[in-house]
Design a protein around this ligand. Structure first.
Ligand code: ATP
Ligand code: HSE
Length: 319
């Protein structure tokens, strides 16, 4: 659980007046999530989510918040930010940037079947296409620059075989990213963290996705790889489940066909997606931040996935 910044209903009495939401009636800390402080907020107008940003700076937020607004306006089911009376989307709460967004219905599907993966694939492709005319640009802040800078910070905490894998994979990814295939990949705003716990379902129907605070401009294929590595994985072994992979990729491909370069880049991108989350989980485990309550995610899950993606050819992209 993570509520890094404590907030009470009393704290909101005056603060909420800058939003057209009436009085705040109830506030409940949300027990999942490791990056921001999140609260379910009930006001006289309805149900919302209040997020206080613990790590992102004020000037970094317009990208995420405007992207959510942009996508919501184009029919992608994402939380719509609520503007304050003065038009601002991001305001200050307890000295930190904060935002109120609409609350999505539904619940996470933590045991996804091909039908759910198809919904996710179709939505992801639509999201990529809807982001093409988004005017703001910010790099993926967990991209290769971050990976290259962070790996040496984490490496001293690792066993030698893990440190060696980390070094080798960072070098492999740096080399791949310098090549012509990588340069030819389609890119744009990507979610970059579209895990099971960031998507809502009602029955088999996807109702929305949230947690855009790792979004950035990167290759669309990286986003697909991150999504497949989570939605289509056998949790015990790290192997990909072919039926789920097929369902997700076919649905994506139907809305936004994969390119020739993307076929060549698929396996390296699956590795890149695994490396990114192995490293961030290692970082959170070995270099923790102060929090009232924090349960770090298990890094060995993504170490297993990375080793598996290096060793085993993934199902190919559809043609
Ligand atoms: N717009 C929303 N509608 C409904 N529920 C939401 C919404 N935003 C967040 N939540 C709930 O809050 C929880 C935490 O949110 P979120 O995943 O954004 O936090 P986080 O700290 O960025 O998490 P992490 O980075 O670990 O995924 C979610 O699991 C979900 O239950
Ligand atoms: N999805 C990430 C958490 C950060 O959002 C993980 O599973 O490591």
């Amino acid at each position: 659980m993570a509520v890094f910044t404590a907030v009470s209903l009393d704290d909101l009495t005056q603060w909420i007046k800058q939003f057209p939401l009436g009085r705040a009636l109830a506030l409940q800390g949300i027990s999942s999530g490791i990056d921001n402080s999140n609260f379910f907020l009930t006001t006289e107008r309805g149900e919302y989510v209040l997020t206080i940003f613990e790590n992102l700076r004020f000037e970094q937020l317009p990208f995420y918040v405007q992207l959510m607004r942009h996508l919501a306006e184009r029919g992608i089911p994402v939380p719509a930010p609520v503007p304050a009376e003065n038009g601002e989307l991001v305001v200050t709460l307890h000295g930190k940037p904060a935002i109120i967004v609409s609350r999505l219905n539904g619940a996470s599907q933590m045991d996804p079947q091909p039908v759910h993966c198809a919904e996710v694939g179709a939505m992801l492709a639509r999201m990529h296409l809807a982001g093409r005319d988004f005017p703001l640009a910010q790099p993926n802040l967990r991209g290769l620059d971050w990976i290259t800078a962070t790996a040496p910070v984490v490496a001293p905490h690792l066993h030698e075989d893990e440190a060696a894998l980390l070094r080798t994979e960072v070098a492999y990814q740096a080399q791949f990213a310098a090549g012509a295939t990588y340069a030819a990949l389609s890119r744009g705003p990507v979610h970059a963290d579209l895990f099971r716990n960031n998507v809502m379902f009602e029955g088999d129907k996807l109702t929305g996705c949230f947690d855009f605070y790792f979004a950035g401009v990167d290759t669309w294929l990286f986003d697909v790889a991150v999504t497949v590595n989570d939605w289509c994985v056998d949790l015990a072994s790290g192997r990909l489940d072919t039926a789920r992979v097929r369902a997700l990729l076919d649905a994506y491909h139907a809305a936004r066909p994969f390119t020739q370069e993307e076929h060549s880049a698929w396996q390296p991108m699956l590795r890149a997606g695994a490396l990114r989350f192995w490293l961030s989980r290692l970082y959170d485990l070995h270099i923790p931040r102060a929090a009232e309550l924090l349960t770090p995610h298990d890094p060995t899950h993504f170490e297993r996935i990375l080793r598996e993606r290096i060793a085993v050819a993934a199902p190919e992209l559809p043609v």
